[in-house]
Design a protein around this ligand. Structure first.
Ligand SMILES: O=C(O)C(=O)C[C@H](O)[C@H](O)COP(=O)(O)O
Length: 211
């Protein structure tokens, strides 16, 4: 399966902020047991690089990528650590071009037609839409995507089990990113069983929506 096929299959990509790399393996285990062998580990923290390395080594079948990638140095560190894809909150042409030149799957954030146009020009098939709810949600994506029939979106920001169906039932959506099943307070408290349970709930919801 290609990465985009895997995104579609999962329907939801857990967006993870790890403050301490010691939590990376229990978290990966919780996600895999919950049925989502997939994570976007954000470079919001210094633990991201090591966490990606630990998760990728222990769970080679897991689709682990890097989020909040803001510099080319972070792209290189993430990929070296095992990241299989790069996500940025916004559209940074330098990062996108660097990834394309090096055959690294990249999903830049695009919330305006001008940004989508830049992605289309470069042949990208999937872009992030962040912050999804605040930027107009599914109504905005539907309206904006109409002229760009070749692009699919990974909305992230404010998505949870309550509004997941609004997004996933639209054919413009490849998958949704979200942190609701991997919230920082649960990680901090070591509530990995709860993370597995919420991940299972998310997987069940995707199945219910997509059939
Ligand atoms: O840091 C980034 O690059 C981001 O893209 C931010 C995350 O995607 C959102 O913070 C997740 O949104 P929530 O599910 O509402 O927590």
């Amino acid at each position: 399966m290609t990465i985009n096929e895997q995104f579609k299959e999962y329907g939801v990509v857990p967006v993870v902020v790890l403050n301490d790399a010691k939590d990376a393996l229990p978290l990966a285990k919780a996600l895999v047991e919950g049925g989502l062998a997939c994570a976007e580990v954000t470079f919001r923290t210094d633990a991201a690089e090591e966490s990606i390395r630990l998760m990728s080594e222990a769970y080679p079948e897991m689709l682990v990528g890097a989020g909040t990638v803001l510099t080319i140095d972070q792209v290189n560190r993430a990929v070296k650590a095992g990241a299989k894809f790069i996500v940025s909150p916004g559209f940074d042409p330098e990062i996108v071009d660097y990834c394309l030149e090096n055959n690294i799957p990249v999903l830049p954030g695009c919330i305006t037609p001008s940004e989508v146009a830049q992605a289309v020009k470069r042949g990208l098939k999937v872009v992030k839409f962040f912050p999804a709810e605040q930027a107009g949600g599914i109504a905005m994506i539907k309206a904006m995507a109409a002229p760009y029939t070749m692009v699919k979106f990974m909305p992230t920001g404010g998505i949870n089990t309550k509004n997941l169906a609004d997004y996933l039932s639209c054919d413009k959506i490849l998958c949704c990113g979200g942190s609701w099943m991997v919230k920082g307070d649960m990680i901090k408290a070591g509530e990995f069983d709860k993370i597995t349970a919420m991940t299972k709930e998310a997987v069940a919801k995707v199945k219910e929506i997509r059939g």
